[in-house]
Design a protein around this ligand. Structure first.
Ligand code: AOS
Ligand code: ZN
Ligand code: ZN
Ligand code: ZN
Length: 388
């Protein structure tokens, strides 16, 4: 697409969802460094997410994590979000942070624990009914550490049974996205270690079950754009958790470690025409900002996604098809590299001016006084963080 008006229209329509947990304190198992101004509850996380949307214009929803974001009245939180100009997005259940889940949640050998986990997932669908969320985002920490610890096969049966029960509870406009991860917290088997396992379960379940690709959840060297393309082919790409990885599930800012990988993924998404908000592919961030300030880090992340997508939109599709058909390897590769090498920042600045927002959202954040405001308003009380 070389028509700049069309490129800008596509970028303007794109929607990127930020995660509530990225606004709270986070760290490693060694230390959580608390930051001034961090939200103390779900309302303040929503307020920060709304700030990211005001600055970028393309982040109009925030994913919630239950129970970290549990409130007495989800209808009230939904109204609060709407007043702030955003919506509540994907609901992320938590079936990993209780002692009961030591040997797993929905795959646990103990039927009582499985019941408890499934009941929590069903409760999260009840919450979706109130918040208007259409996506249940499932990630299971289930797995084993040692050969023989539990039956791989029986655990798959338990997983299938649980997914079926939750699937059958979904409303007409609700979907479940099943996330996979090759290791951590378990180091021998994970019960959903890869896209193939997620895909197989989603195929068995039906149209309302799709795969969630977290870009940080693959073995080094995995060709993510390839598996994304295969999932798209079968209508099973439900969405992304974008972030960067250097080593494991690093949860660094998307586009920071490997902007070229993000561009290659974006190229397949543009080719499949799924950047549109009604495409059924959800663009969500799943990050933790251990060192950097959270709100500007999320702004930067949104901009990084926009830059990758803008470059992908600039790929000369006709020239690419011609070179591919001719078997001209270098010319075809050159078409992609030309787009990747383009500085799209002026185009994005122009777009933001047309949208009536500051062309430099990070500078706008620093000029806004918002950081000072949250640091003074949120000086007391318990800050939100992993597990709170
Ligand atoms: C865990 O590794 C997964 O990426 C989850 O999607 C996510 O980080 C967690 O559920 C936080 O809510
Ligand atoms: Zn994730
Ligand atoms: Zn993860
Ligand atoms: Zn991650």
């Amino acid at each position: 697409m070389n028509d700049h008006a069309a490129v800008k229209a596509a970028l303007r329509a794109m929607r990127i969802e930020t995660p509530s947990w990225a606004y709270g304190n986070s760290g490693t198992r060694f230390k959580v460094f608390a930051q001034a101004g961090v939200p103390r509850n779900a309302y303040e996380k929503v307020a920060d997410a709304a700030m990211v949307h005001r600055l970028t214009g393309v982040a109009p929803s925030v994913a919630l994590h239950i129970p970290w974001d549990r409130v007495d009245d989800f209808a009230d939180l939904t109204r609060f979000a709407a007043d702030q100009g955003i919506a509540l997005g994907a609901i992320n259940p938590n079936v990993f942070q209780e002692n009961d889940y030591k040997l797993g949640s929905v795959c646990n050998p103990d039927a009582r624990v499985r019941r408890k986990a499934i009941d929590h997932l069903l409760e999260c669908v009840d919450i979706m009914d109130v918040t208007g969320s259409s996506v249940l985002s499932l990630w299971f920490a289930d797995g084993t550490n040692y050969a023989g610890q539990d039956s791989i096969a029986v655990r798959q049966d338990r997983l299938a049974d649980a997914l079926r029960e939750v699937y059958d509870r979904l409303g007409a406009d609700q979907r479940m996205l099943v996330e996979y991860k090759f290791f951590e917290p378990h180091f021998y088997t994970m019960d959903v270690p890869d896209w193939g396992t997620s895909f197989a379960h989603c195929m068995a379940l039906g149209d309302k079950a799709q795969v969630l690709v977290d870009t940080g959840h693959h073995a080094p060297g995995t060709n993510i754009e390839f598996l994304v393309t295969v999932l798209l082919r079968f209508g099973k790409l439900g969405g992304f958790h974008f972030n960067s990885r250097n080593y494991a599930d690093d949860d660094l800012m998307v586009g920071a470690a490997d902007p070229f990988q993000l561009f290659r993924i974006a190229h397949e998404l543009v080719r499949a025409d799924v950047i549109r908000p009604d495409s059924g592919v959800e663009y969500m961030l799943d990050q933790c900002h251990n060192l950097e300030a959270k709100v500007p880090a999320l702004v930067r992340s949104v901009l990084n996604v926009q830059e990758a997508v803008a470059k992908a939109l600039l790929v000369d599709a006709d020239a690419l098809a011609t070179a591919q058909q001719a078997g001209d390897v270098l010319a075809a590769h050159g078409v992609l590299m030309d787009a990747f090498a383009t500085d799209v920042r002026p185009l994005l600045a122009e777009l933001r001016e047309e949208m009536g927002i500051d062309p430099d959202p990070i500078a706008a954040y620093h000029a806004s006084g918002y950081q000072r405001k949250i640091e003074s308003e949120r000086a007391d009380g318990q800050q939100a963080g992993w597990g709170a």
